[in-house]
Design a protein around this ligand. Sequence first.
Ligand SMILES: C[S@@+](CC[C@H](N)C(=O)[O-])C[C@H]1O[C@@H](n2cnc3c(N)ncnc32)[C@H](O)[C@@H]1O
Length: 305
Amino acid sequence: MRIHPALAGRSCYHRYEIAPGVFTPGTHLEIDPGKCLDELGVPRELSGWRVLDIGAWDGPYSFELERRGAQVTALDVQDPDISVFNEVKRILNSSARYVRGSVYDARIEELGTFELVLFAGVYYHLKSPMLALQHIRPLLNDNGWLFIEGAAASDYLGQRLAATLGLPKSRAAEVTAAIDALPLSYFDTEERIYPHWSNWFFPTTHCLEVMLRDSGFRDVKLSLQTNAMYKYKGRRLMGQAKADPAMPDPAEQRHECPIWQAETLSVEDVLKARLLVNDAAGDAHSGPIGALRRVAGKMKRRLLG
Ligand SMILES: C[S@@+](CC[C@H](N)C(=O)[O-])C[C@H]1O[C@@H](n2cnc3c(N)ncnc32)[C@H](O)[C@@H]1O
């Protein structure tokens, strides 16, 4: 194995082959990008597909997707001159387009739309993965594919709960499975699951499933297993989902918080509000209770005369 001479003296995250026997100078993770994408279920033939690789970093998956025939856009917050993306692109004579920016700012106007989005190894590095998914959905054509991969909380939580309950090790798998079936997530500010500060959000399988469905995806298929992307070191979440035509822009969802439109209150709403106010304990003249009381009174006068 040798490092490509154009990359001598450089360093990057992934070590991957860019020509037979010639590699990038990755210091953290040695991977075979083709095998990783095969495991994830990404089609081997992508001719004519527009594909977005979010969290592309030094490019292992972007260039493999291009090798499979796709027209690739890579998105990442990293500087592609530092990460070696641009140098590998030059070596491979690649046409992949690199956009430096955050998934939180991803917009159709800048990036276009895609038949496939790869979102591998990123969501758990985000404090707001739901917001990211809501930005990703409009970038996909209806029924376009999302392939997703990342860390999970289930094994860690299962072991901790089993130990807390004093259960024998033989019961840990059962506890883990029960936790994995709940829509839970672990927000890790203490580096309990992975020993680095940049890992925040660790969902269970069911949690990531419902997050995807609520963000405009359907036909969600996820599994919790070891994989080539993470060198089989621990179980990760991986799978796919389709962009739901019924939810083209989940950011427009109106059900995150109901907005009380006073003008549209019915007599029943007003009477219900009065009941609530009368039942509520605490200060009846200030704060939310006071505000509710004033609105209810005003609406009652207006509606009932
Ligand atoms: C662990 S690496 C994953 C790299 C590669 N996709 C993989 O699966 O091996 C996480 C990548 O996500 C990128 N990233 C983190 N936050 C991001 C954001 N808000 N928008 C876009 N990329 C982000 C990081 O810069 C980094 O390149």
